[in-house]
Ligand binder design. Structure first.
Ligand code: FES
Ligand SMILES: [Fe+2]
Length: 354
């Protein structure tokens, strides 16, 4: 299994959740979510402990869910409140609950050990609440691919020239080296393309006509949130690395949620320090990103199919792969820590109640 469980994952945007029961899968675990009468979101295991019908196929009654098979009913805390045909409520008649946290209209769910869930660990950026910046939620890209390949793509600036030639890249960057640095939680791969014609994105946003310096900083926050900080500034400014705010600067955020080993959802949004308050510009930016991300999706799904076929040898690694290589190692380490922590956990196959 290749999932990190002790992590907050994005379940959706706040606007995705209402009164109705919503079924979703994260790290191969099924959840049913709904918004309670007091506005709080709950996430419960989507599997009745009786015959395992997903509770999302049942009925919401107030802040409880009634199973659609024999009517066992569960409260927002996961405890059974009713078993039709008997008065006693067995202690094992419950479903798991998952910690949920909403922040900046984004819904996060903790999929691991509840005792380790700390909302302070949730990804955040000061620009979310900075009036000089515009945040805009884009959409959710559904990709038939393994999440590690999706996330790896987001710490891989070297693909941009080849996969996104009309929007984010150009031939001018094909041979520019990629730098990588990493600490415990974040891997950053970056490069500058100095003194080159503006790419399509910055001809539109920024209106650059002459040569620009363009940067791409791909930061991957473990396990799978990516910030792509990219922008351009007139080459005559000779912008220093840390002065990127003086240029036209955009953050593309990707919240990569592993669904199963074969399916990943990438909730993406963007923040920018230009055209603030201009909703038409937000829409235009969405359209450009949609073009670019469809290009990534096509590549990633084709790779996934190929990875499923029998192979005679392992894929090779190149100089440009520093970011992805470090990323995979960090994920392996995190999973190993979790597996070690769980050693000794015993599970029985069923519990009988008379
Ligand atoms: S399967 Fe849910 S009550 Fe029987
Ligand atoms: Fe891409």
């Amino acid at each position: 299994m290749s999932f990190v469980r002790n992590a907050w994952y994005v379940a959706g945007w706040s606007s995705d959740f209402g009164n109705e029961l919503k079924a979703l899968t994260i790290v191969d675990q099924t959840l049913v979510m709904f918004r309670c009468a007091d506005g709080a979101l709950v996430a419960l295991e989507d599997r009745c402990p009786h015959r395992q019908l997903p509770l999302s196929k049942g009925k919401r009654i107030g802040d409880t869910i009634q199973c659609g098979y024999h009517g066992m009913t569960f409260g927002r805390d996961g405890k059974c409140v009713r078993v039709p045909g008997q008065d006693n409520l067995p202690a094992s008649a419950y479903v798991e609950t998952y910690p949920v946290h909403e922040q900046h209209q984004i819904v996060w769910v903790w999929m691991g050990d509840p005792d380790q869930a700390d909302p302070d660990d949730i990804f955040d950026l000061p620009e979310f609440s900075d009036p000089a910046w515009q945040a805009h939620q884009g959409s959710a890209l559904h990709i038939k691919a393994h999440y590690l390949n999706v996330a790896e793509n987001l710490v891989d600036p070297a693909h941009v020239s080849f996969v996104h030639p009309t929007t984010l890249g150009s031939a001018a960057s094909e041979n520019v080296p990629v730098h990588v640095r990493a600490n415990d939680d974040i891997i950053v791969a970056w490069r500058w393309i100095r003194d080159a014609a503006p790419v399509g994105f910055f001809q539109d946003f920024g209106g650059f006509k002459g040569h620009v310096d363009r940067w791409h900083y791909y930061s991957l926050h473990l396990p799978s949130t990516a910030v792509i900080d990219f922008g351009s500034a007139d080459t005559s400014l000779n912008l220093a690395e840390d002065d990127r705010d003086a240029g036209v600067r955009i953050f593309a955020l990707h919240f990569v949620t592993p669904v199963t080993e074969d399916y990943t959802i990438d909730h993406w949004m963007h923040l920018r320090n230009t055209a603030v308050g201009d909703s038409e510009a937000s829409e235009r930016m969405d359209r450009m990103f949609e073009v670019a991300f469809a290009e990534d999706k096509a590549i990633l799904e084709a790779i996934h199919l190929e990875e499923m076929r029998p192979q005679k040898r392992r894929p090779i690694r190149l100089a440009i792969d520093k970011g992805p290589t470090v990323y995979r190692k960090r994920i392996r380490d995190l999973i190993e820590i979790e597996v070690t922590e769980n050693l000794g956990a015993v599970r029985s196959t069923f519990v009988q109640h008379d």
